[in-house]
Design a protein around this ligand. Structure first.
Ligand code: HEM
Length: 136
């Protein structure tokens, strides 16, 4: 008589491994913002245009008309040539120039006496001195 042994079937546990789902790596970092490109170059303004004053074209005709004939050494001042005029000017510094001080009456009687030059003429001579009082 055969007694068959019961054999317990081996319990096969099949491990079912869930596929690992990698969490979505969302790009949460904000995109680098473009730096505002600031232009350092300002558009040229017409106010910045520097007009060079000419001694022969602008300054001399004024002095010749209003100073030369009447002056002739009054107050020890001659204004009959470029070098005469330069003797009363500090190139680049109108405020300390006797010529400009005379025209605005700074510390002295305003020239020409009793008949000041129009502001535009005084400004022109100021600019000429400021620009170096050149013999241009
Ligand atoms: C640079 C510096 C100047 C000095 C120190 C100076 C000084 C003098 C002085 C002391 C007199 C005599 C004033 C009198 O007798 O009452 C005089 C007269 C005169 N100045 Fe000047 N002056 C200067 C520039 C000028 C300029 C730039 C002008 C013209 C744009 C001018 C025009 C005159 C005129 C026309 C007279 C004659 C006034 C007259 O005889 O009736 N001066 N100046």
């Amino acid at each position: 008589m055969l007694i068959s042994a019961c054999s317990t079937p081996a319990l096969v546990v099949k491990e079912v491994s869930e596929p690992e789902v990698a969490p979505e790596m969302e790009e949460s970092a904000a995109k680098p913002t473009l730096e505002e490109s600031k232009s350092t170059e300002e558009p040229a303004s017409t106010n910045d245009v520097i007009v060079e004053v000419s001694f022969s074209q602008d300054v001399w005709p004024i002095l010749e008309k209003y100073a030369v004939t009447a002056h002739g050494g009054k107050g020890g001042v001659f204004l009959e040539s470029y070098s005469d005029i330069l003797g009363n000017v500090v190139p680049g510094d109108p405020e300390t120039s006797l010529l400009y001080k005379a025209l605005i009456g700074d510390g002295m009687q305003q020239m020409p006496p009793g008949n000041p030059l129009p502001d535009e003429m005084i400004q022109m001579i100021y600019d000429w001195i400021k620009q170096g009082a050149k013999e241009n």
